[in-house]
Design a protein around this ligand. Structure first.
Ligand SMILES: *[C@@H]1O[C@H](CO)[C@@H](O)[C@H](O)[C@H]1NC(C)=O
Ligand SMILES: *[C@@H]1O[C@H](CO)[C@@H](O)[C@H](O)[C@H]1NC(C)=O
Length: 592
């Protein structure tokens, strides 16, 4: 496309109403795909371009889009002013679930209002915007077969028309997200403008695009969780992986076993009720996001289970002999009563998470020495004529897994695939012996170059990638059980997240990779530092998975800065600053 802005469809009457003090001193010009500052004068003011408008056009794609669309883009270099009081929606469908569509359209309108700086009032005048949405189906099912793509066309004819075609709600919603990114505030004219004509189609490269949040090591309010989901929607991430319980606390209320959260929550207010969970699930669904429940077992349990007599090595000391961090705890998987309790937990979880299409059973960091410290458990194994070797304990784990999954199937109307973390059990020979590759998806958290990854793929398992050397966002801060830095230091910059390609990890097996998840384990974070640890690095993952661009982080850098600012301005997310603001205003002058 042309590297220069030639035409501007501005309504030129817009300059009135600005006091001198508010008038910007600088405009921008696109030179060699960088926006360059130009001092504004009386002469050039009428045709001058603001930074946001310059950024829109001065790139290989529209420089405000994140993630980058995967289809061919019909470029344009014109904008027109739109009237925020005159945006209307027309649709042929959404009759079965009008509430979700209403949430999506209300949200779109709210997002546009936030583009206007609060110190100015929204100015009247400008073109009406009509958003026409054509979808094939009203079905709100969301699973790994759901098509999330869309087509977006913008034409300027008797007002501005944005025409969205999609298979379903989710595609339509994604189109609104992109449309919103083509609407920017022009601070020179103090008005909201939209790209006046364009057309492109867009669909994700990977089906599963996730953030994991651990709400057990530290508690996060529903408000903080919703703010995270809002950010995810803006970059088309589609899975909120809720690691809801662990050894340290049990915040999830289970009505049939109230002792779990009564004893296990950090305090009576640090809980998630059924209503809280359902509220999050609906909030997420309206934003094209599944909420994936994880009930981590048989390790990573502890607090809350005190009255049940169904754990081994709970809070054993010195903890490092029995587990990887305090407090230790593992389920007493030899006891039949355990499975009745698990069934109750699963039943309430699948109801509250509205019959999710996937279920995560955890399964990481099982400690043989923890189980082996229980005389009762040892006796049970010996009575079965098993030994007490490592192999026998893997058989015990296999016993747990097959009982647990049959209890889940009993209560889940949709027999779902189950996700497990990589562990000793996902190594051969145990992997093939105990885990059926049609039932289990393996989520890897070893390094991306670990040869174990290839073994799992060769055996035909589907995979979700969370290699800790690129996708563990808790890495790189001070340690908490010793001095020095935490275990997976150093800090992972957004560039490394962006360049973490699935192909490099899975090679020829990349079609077995559903996608990836960035994990925020919460030993050292609560909601007050949440945003800066997740954002904008999670955006880097989002583009890697949606667009999977050929280029590396450098070619995405200027769009990343625009994206970061949008997260702040529109979602109120306290995203980390990547550079001095000077670099945003002097594009290309910072990186070397
Ligand atoms: C669950 O099963 C029902 C009945 O077969 C189906 O209509 C629904 O779409 C399924 N849900 C998901 C998430 O796949
Ligand atoms: C479990 O403990 C017994 C002693 O009680 C020991 O003989 C056995 O080697 C232990 N098993 C493992 C795998 O460490």
């Amino acid at each position: 496309m042309s590297r220069f802005l030639l035409l501007f469809g501005f309504a030129l009457n817009a300059l009135i109403g600005l006091s001198l003090a508010n008038e910007p001193a600088w405009g921008y010009r696109c030179e060699h795909s960088n926006c360059k500052k130009v001092e504004l004068t009386e002469e050039n003011k009428k045709t001058a371009v603001s930074l946001s408008v310059c950024r829109l056009f001065c790139d290989e794609v529209y420089g405000t889009l994140w993630p980058k669309p995967t289809g061919e883009i019909a470029p344009s270099n014109e904008v027109v002013k739109i009237n925020l009081h005159d945006i209307t929606f027309k649709t042929n469908n959404f009759k079965l679930y009008p509430a979700y569509w209403a949430m999506a359209t209300d949200r779109f309108l709210e997002m546009q209002k936030k583009k206007f700086p609060t110190k100015y009032s929204v100015k009247s005048g400008g073109n009406p915007l009509v958003i026409e949405v054509l979808v094939d189906s009203d079905d709100m099912t969301f699973n790994l077969d759901t098509y999330e793509g869309y087509k977006l066309k913008i034409v300027d004819q008797d007002g501005v028309h944005a025409i969205v075609t999609a298979k379903n709600f989710y595609g339509a919603r994604n189109a609104l997200e992109s449309l919103s990114q083509l609407i920017v505030y022009d601070n020179i004219r103090n008005e909201i403008v939209i790209v006046s004509s364009t057309e492109f189609s867009d669909e994700p490269k990977f089906k599963y695009r996730a953030i994991l949040l651990d709400t057990s090591r530290n508690y996060f309010s529903i408000e903080a969780i919703k703010r995270t989901i809002e950010g995810m929607a803006m970059v088309k991430l589609n899975t909120f992986h809720w690691h809801i319980t662990d050894s340290q606390s049990f915040p999830m209320v289970v009505k049939s076993h109230p002792d779990l959260s009564k004893l296990g929550a950090y305090s009576p207010d640090k809980i998630y009720t059924a209503e809280d969970i359902k509220d999050v699930v609906r909030f997420a669904k309206a934003r094209g996001i599944r909420v994936l429940p994880e009930f981590d077992a048989p390790a990573h349990v502890g607090e809350g289970w005190q009255k049940k007599g169904l754990t081994t090595c709970f809070n054993a000391q010195p903890w490092k002999d029995f587990c990887v961090e305090a407090p230790c705890g593992q389920l007493a998987v030899h006891k039949d009563e355990l499975y009745d309790v698990l069934e109750d937990i699963y039943r309430e979880m699948v109801e509250n998470f509205e019959y999710p299409d996937l279920f995560h059973m955890g399964g990481d960091e099982v400690s043989v020495s923890c189980w082996n410290s229980s005389a009762d458990l040892q006796k049970w194994m010996l009575n079965k004529n098993w030994g007490l070797t490592d192999k026998d304990f893997m058989r015990l784990w296999g016993h747990f897994q097959s009982n647990a999954i049959s209890r889940l199937d009993k209560v889940n109307i949709n027999k779902t695939q189950v996700i497990l973390w990589t562990s000793h059990l996902t190594e051969e020979p145990f992997l093939s012996q105990y885990l059926n590759n049609e039932r289990y998806i393996i989520q890897i958290w070893t390094t991306g170059d670990d040869p174990k990854v290839k073994t799992i793929l060769e055996k035909g398992y589907k995979m979700i990638v969370s290699n800790y050397d690129a996708l563990y966002f808790d890495c790189g801060f001070g340690a908490w059980v010793t001095d020095g830095n935490n275990w997976c230091s150093p800090y992972i910059g957004w560039q490394k997240v962006y360049d973490n390609r699935m192909e490099n990890i899975a090679g020829n097996y990349v079609n077995q990779v559903y996608g990836a998840a960035a994990a925020l384990w919460s030993e050292q974070v609560d909601e007050f530092a949440l945003d800066a640890k997740l954002w904008p690095r999670a955006s880097a993952l989002a583009e890697r998975l949606w667009s999977d661009p050929e280029g590396g982080w450098k070619s995405a850098e200027s769009r990343m800065l625009v994206n970061r600012r949008r997260l702040v301005d529109i979602a109120g997310i306290a995203a980390e600053r990547l550079q001095p603001e000077w670099c945003l205003q002097n594009e290309g002058d910072c990186p070397i």
